[in-house]
Design a protein around this ligand. Structure first.
Ligand code: COA
Length: 349
């Protein structure tokens, strides 16, 4: 289904232009702060002039009232800007742009000229960003996407394959597995906003996320057999989990690329949306999830993964996890809120 929402804002375009990374974001925000301070000063001078002009007249009270309103407005604007400054100045990465807004951490792979191919630096930066996802208590959910209109990630960086030894190959695959496993096991929900080519490692990265939303121009595939290798970042396993053995064999052995509609039909993606609405839709899903009990969300993730773990009975895990949820304050709050016909105020405790 091609989901269409009424707001046709260009989410990707605005992301690329507005959500500037690291120092760029800092510089931009500081410019806004300086501009707001200049405006504030201007208002104070203007109000002073008004006071002098109307001094002693019946309009004096009107002047004072307007002055107060203007000053309060500017203070509010400044506090909002300062607030945004705190959340937008995050750790900067060589190959990623990141932003934190309303608890949603957006990670944008920033190698547009190489179709966001996952070289060693990207994998290392992703590793650090995932640490941030785990450890920063302000972060409640995450979106991973690629910069530009063409690619989510066109795979591992083939330029780094040249001259690779067997041991180096093992290390490369193990490193990718470690990082992608941590994305998959993240206790906070992660959505892949697939905005173009998701090939090889790019498809594997999307599959490591909990939910995949594709733009209408997205393309998926595991073309590694064209290079004489197989997927090395978990693709042979996660593709089978998502679309079943028969279709997975077909994609893995032909190396074919499929479009977004086909990917949705196979169950590889949850939904296909207009390109301009991709990030907006992902945010809306996460905002909805963020209204639920955070511990319950993390336990859903844990339980679903139990199904795929060797030697673990997912049903037993569910019983344990259910009882641990019953012991939380959020369970008490959730049930009380229902019975009292009010909105639950979850604390993550
Ligand atoms: N690794 C390294 N560089 C890559 C890359 C990858 N996986 N995918 C694309 N690039 C680079 C290209 O080399 C090119 O760089 P250049 O401009 O310096 O020559 C740039 O990205 C643009 O790619 P290009 O091939 O010119 O774009 P296209 O629109 O003609 O084709 C693809 C797009 C995705 C079909 C094509 O780039 C491709 O097949 N990429 C490899 C996909 C793959 O096999 N992935 C699995 C790797 S294990």
């Amino acid at each position: 289904m091609l989901r269409s929402t009424s707001k046709a804002t260009s989410a990707l375009a605005s992301l690329n232009t507005c959500l500037a990374p690291g120092l760029e974001a800092k510089a931009q925000t500081e410019k806004v702060v300086i501009a707001a301070k200049v405006v504030n000063t201007f208002f104070i001078i203007a109000c002073f002039c008004c006071d002098v002009f109307y001094y002693g007249s019946k309009h004096k009270m009107v002047s004072l009232f307007c002055k107060k309103i203007l000053q309060i407005t500017v203070v509010l604007v400044l506090s909002q800007v300062e607030n945004r400054k705190i959340t937008s100045i995050m750790k900067s990465y060589q190959t990623l742009n990141t932003e934190l807004s309303e608890g949603i951490f957006t990670i944008i792979i920033n190698r547009e000229e190489k179709l966001n191919a996952l070289n060693r630096q990207v994998i290392s930066d992703l590793d650090d960003a995932i640490n941030e996802l785990y450890n920063n208590t302000e972060i409640r959910a995450c979106i991973i996407t690629g910069k530009g209109p063409k690619a989510f990630a066109a795979g591992a960086d083939i330029a780094e394959f040249k001259g690779l030894t067997k041991d180096e190959g093992a290390a490369l695959a193990r490193r990718g597995h470690d990082v992608f496993n941590r994305i998959e096991l993240s206790p906070k929900p992660v959505i892949a906003a697939v905005n173009g080519f998701a090939l090889g490692g790019g498809c594997e990265l999307a599959m490591a996320c909990h939910i995949r939303i594709a733009s209408e121009n997205a393309k998926f595939g595991q073309p590694e057999v064209n290079l004489g290798i197989i997927p090395g970042y978990g693709g042979t396993q996660r593709l089978v989990q998502l679309i079943g053995k028969g279709k997975a064999f077909e994609l893995l052995m032909t190396g074919d690329t499929i479009d977004a509609v086909c990917a949705e039909r196979l169950g590889l993606v949850n939904d296909v949306v207009l390109t301009v609405e991709l990030l907006e839709v992902c945010r809306a899903i996460l905002q909805k999830i963020n209204t639920k009990a955070p511990i319950a969300i993390s336990k859903v993730i844990e339980c679903v993964h139990a199904h795929f773990k060797d030697g673990i009975d997912g049903f037993d895990t569910e019983i344990d996890v259910f009882s641990s949820c019953v012991a939380t304050e959020d369970f008490v709050e959730g049930t009380n809120a229902f019975l009292e016909k009010r909105k639950a105020n979850f604390k993550g405790k």
